[in-house]
Design a protein around this ligand. Structure first.
Ligand code: PEP
Ligand code: MG
Length: 581
């Protein structure tokens, strides 16, 4: 039966393919297809894990304190019964034998199926037994052990697959960089959640915040993802499929046409030169930056280098190698390396002691970004030395995330001086004039801009967080995604003020948040005085097309009208005029 789901568009384009469902419990387990000759061995692996869990339960029962509540023993008995139940055991074995799923995949798939049955049960007591099944499956998975990340193990997936999941952590999404999927759909997430940003960086259509998608879509369903509108069509009618196939080829044609702009200089109709730089997450993304015609890297989000390092942080040499690689790939063009920005929706597997943000009640307001770096000075110094060393191989700038206080800026500058001193002592080369800049992404920073103008060489406005913190909207929470509004007058005023004051002080300023890559906002930002944009490479040519069609003089009046408007209808009307001039 055909049906349509609505979510938030995060990565443009149209994908048509088969759903590749990743169940929540399955996010941490291996997914691969078993060779026919190995099937019985896989069944035996399951049996062995089942036996191990039985032994565990026996030990638990034997160790129960004499005065333990009687329910404890009963719970253990229930778990032992579930562990032998044909619904779990036989069906899992059938999935291994008939679908050739590895045991972890078969087990979590069967858990999902059982969960759906339980959700339909009216009797509350019986419905709650679902949790018992989940706990038993968890035990068996632990007994099987050795589970790793999802994407590494998605063998056998072919390239017309569209990943459908409840949620995907940014670190897991990063692993998809090496896989060839056609699109992504998740139940959770917001437009500027880091998962969405990474999905966008993969350059394939994606929709997030598509509520219940992972429950309603079944494995192998034919689906269309309309990444421009956040629409997912499941089991489309032939005529709909035909229409979307047509739109897909039209889009490919548009993309090919845009390629012609790649080598033309980026300037407005009135001749003002505009810098379009790239945001990257990994050193090799610099290739895409060069290919898109970017004139530099405006934001290298280094925290992604630190993800998927289960047991340790990358050493100085490893970091230096990565920064140097990006710098060398950019071949003399500037590379703005942002120091680690972890926390909130970008947790790390290991932070090496004392971080505490994972347990923080409100991680977006907690020990995030520079706050974390200043609380771990040795790790911060390691990163600073690695970045400085890369500056000997090309033009490097250092960008600091989430600064708000004068003393944070001063402490950071002290540590940069210290890192330089350490390199001097060791006789290691670096650029002594490397520029230091601050992200303006907390409203307090924008309002107290003179603190920044006096101390730093350049600024970069992080609109993703600036919107999050100005409007008190969690950028990763789809429940409030409808309130995440880049065009809120408060947001626009903070951006306009920052651009104006920085220009007056002669301090270069760019925008590197997602607003910079949205062609619908290019004219507005130009009219506010922005001359340096940084965005994902896949967005660059569309933004360039807008720049080439704009005349700064004619934008002045309608953009001033936008800023003078407070009522949403007035803002919209003024924005229409911005688009038309
Ligand atoms: C931002 O906040 O706008 C930004 C560019 O940084 P990030 O998205 O990594 O938080
Ligand atoms: Mg930010």
């Amino acid at each position: 039966m055909s049906f349509t789901l609505h979510g938030i568009p995060v990565s443009r384009g149209i994908a048509i393919g088969r759903a590749y469902l990743i169940a929540p419990a399955a996010l941490d387990v291996d997914h691969y297809l078993i060779e026919p000759a190995r099937i019985e061995g896989e069944v035996e692996r399951f049996r062995a894990a089942q036996r191990r869990v039985h032994e565990e339960l026996d030990t638990l029962r034997a160790d129960l304190a004499a005065d333990a509540p009687s329910e404890m023993g009963a719970f253990i008995d229930v778990h032992a019964m579930i562990l032998n139940d044909a619904m779990l055991v036989q069906e899992t074995i059938d999935l291994i034998r008939t679908r050739r799923y590895n045991v972890e995949w078969a087990l979590t798939e069967q858990l999902e199926r059982l969960s759906r049955h339980f959700d339909d049960i009216e009797d509350e007591y019986l419905r709650e037994r679902k949790a018992d099944i989940e706990q038993v499956v968890e035990r068996v998975l632990k007994a099987l052990a050795g589970a790793t990340g999802i994407a590494d193990n998605v063998h056998g997936a072919c390239d017309e697959m569209i990943v459908v999941a409840h949620d995907i952590a940014p670190a897991d999404m990063m692993q998809f960089k090496t896989q060839t999927f056609q699109g992504f759909v998740t139940d959770l997430g917001g437009r500027t959640s880091h998962t969405a940003i990474v999905a966008r960086s993969l350059g394939i259509p994606a929709a997030v915040g598509v509520q219940h998608a992972s429950a309603l879509i079944r494995q192998d369903d034919l689906i269309i993802v309309d990444g421009d509108h956040g629409i997912v069509i499941v089991d489309p009618a032939p005529i709909v499929l035909e229409e979307y196939s047509y739109r897909q080829s039209e889009k490919e044609l548009e993309q090919r046409k845009l390629q012609r702009l790649k080598f033309s200089p980026t300037q407005t109709l009135c001749g003002t030169r505009i810098e379009l730089c790239a945001n990257i997450e990994l050193p090799d993304d610099a290739r895409a930056a060069i290919e898109s015609g970017a004139t530099g890297v405006g934001l290298f989000r280094t925290e992604f280098l630190f993800m998927n390092h289960k047991d340790r942080m990358p050493e100085e040499e490893e970091q230096f190698g990565a920064y140097r690689r990006a710098v060398e790939l950019m071949n003399g063009l500037p590379v703005t390396i942002r120091t680690i920005d972890v926390g909130a929706d970008k947790p790390l597997d290991s932070m090496g002691g004392g971080d505490g943000y994972e347990t923080a009640a409100n991680p977006a307001l907690g020990l995030r970004a520079i706050r974390w770096s200043l609380s771990e000075p040795q790790m911060f110094l390691t990163q600073l030395r690695a970045i400085l060393r890369a500056s000997a191989f090309g033009k490097v700038k250092i960008l600091i995330p989430m600064l708000a206080h004068a003393q944070e800026i001063d402490q950071t500058l002290d540590l940069i001086r210290e890192a330089k001193r350490q390199l001097d002592d060791a006789g290691i080369a670096y650029d002594p004039n490397v520029q230091i800049g601050a992200m303006i992404e907390i409203p307090a920073a924008a309002i107290a801009l003179p603190l920044f103008l006096k101390r730093l060489d350049f600024l970069s406005i992080g609109t993703n967080d600036l919107i999050q913190y100005t409007l008190a909207i969690d950028r990763a929470d789809n429940a409030v995604a409808h309130l995440y509004d880049p065009l809120h007058p408060a947001v626009l005023h903070l951006i306009a003020f920052t651009l104006r004051e920085a220009k007056r002080a002669g301090v270069p300023v760019s925008v590197c948040g997602e607003m910079a890559g949205d062609p619908a906002l290019t004219r507005l930002l130009l009219g506010m005085g922005l001359t340096e944009f940084s965005m994902h490479p896949s967005q660059l040519l569309e933004v360039k097309q807008e720049v080439l069609r704009s005349h700064l003089k004619t934008l002045e009046k309608p953009v001033a009208d936008v800023l003078a408007s407070f009522e949403p209808e007035e803002v919209q009307a003024a924005l229409k005029r911005v688009a038309l001039v």
